[in-house]
Design a protein around this ligand. Sequence first.
Ligand SMILES: CC(C)(COP(=O)(O)OP(=O)(O)OC[C@H]1O[C@@H](n2cnc3c(N)ncnc32)[C@H](O)[C@@H]1OP(=O)(O)O)[C@@H](O)C(=O)NCCC(=O)NCCS
Length: 158
Amino acid sequence: MRTTRMRILGPQPGNSETCAALLAALPDWFGIPQANETYARTVAKLPTFIAINEDTDETLGLLSILHHFKAAAEIHLIVVRPEHHHHGIGRALVDAAETWLRGKHVRYLQVKTLSPRREDEHYARTRRFYEAVGFSPFEEMPTLWGEANPCLIMIKSL
Ligand SMILES: CC(C)(COP(=O)(O)OP(=O)(O)OC[C@H]1O[C@@H](n2cnc3c(N)ncnc32)[C@H](O)[C@@H]1OP(=O)(O)O)[C@@H](O)C(=O)NCCC(=O)NCCS
């Protein structure tokens, strides 16, 4: 695996403009303009971890957390710039978030993604990433996002 020299900041409120720029760079995953606007607005209110390139200060990716209950949280959004995929940035963001959540006595972390019921090579890679960082498929919600986008909930114990 190639690596990128980076540091992880956070948790801190996410920056809407940075988030919008990241999402715009990934149309194969984030192709619904209204959903992207909602993400960009929402991350500004959520604890967010940000990966910064040590050499250029460029934002490489971010991860925002929804803290639902005392012991249960969710990855609301994780995104890494496409030219830096598979350099360990996503894993570093998840690790930083998990360390913070364990310190808050959170025991369960979930993430919602596209179910394999809909064939999509990009989201198949996303699910492989989640499995590599310890998530397991937990439940399908075929109509949560509409029938065209069946949802899969994945979960891990912290
Ligand atoms: C999913 C995403 C955040 C992962 O970030 P990343 O920095 O590329 O992932 P990492 O390099 O940290 O990968 C960690 C592990 O996941 C697995 N993995 C990552 N990308 C993979 C791929 N394309 N195919 C197979 N396994 C993959 C590997 O096991 C990898 O570990 P390894 O490199 O030691 O083998 C990133 O690819 C991304 O932004 N994808 C598009 C947006 C997205 O899917 N967001 C989530 C929507 S629900």
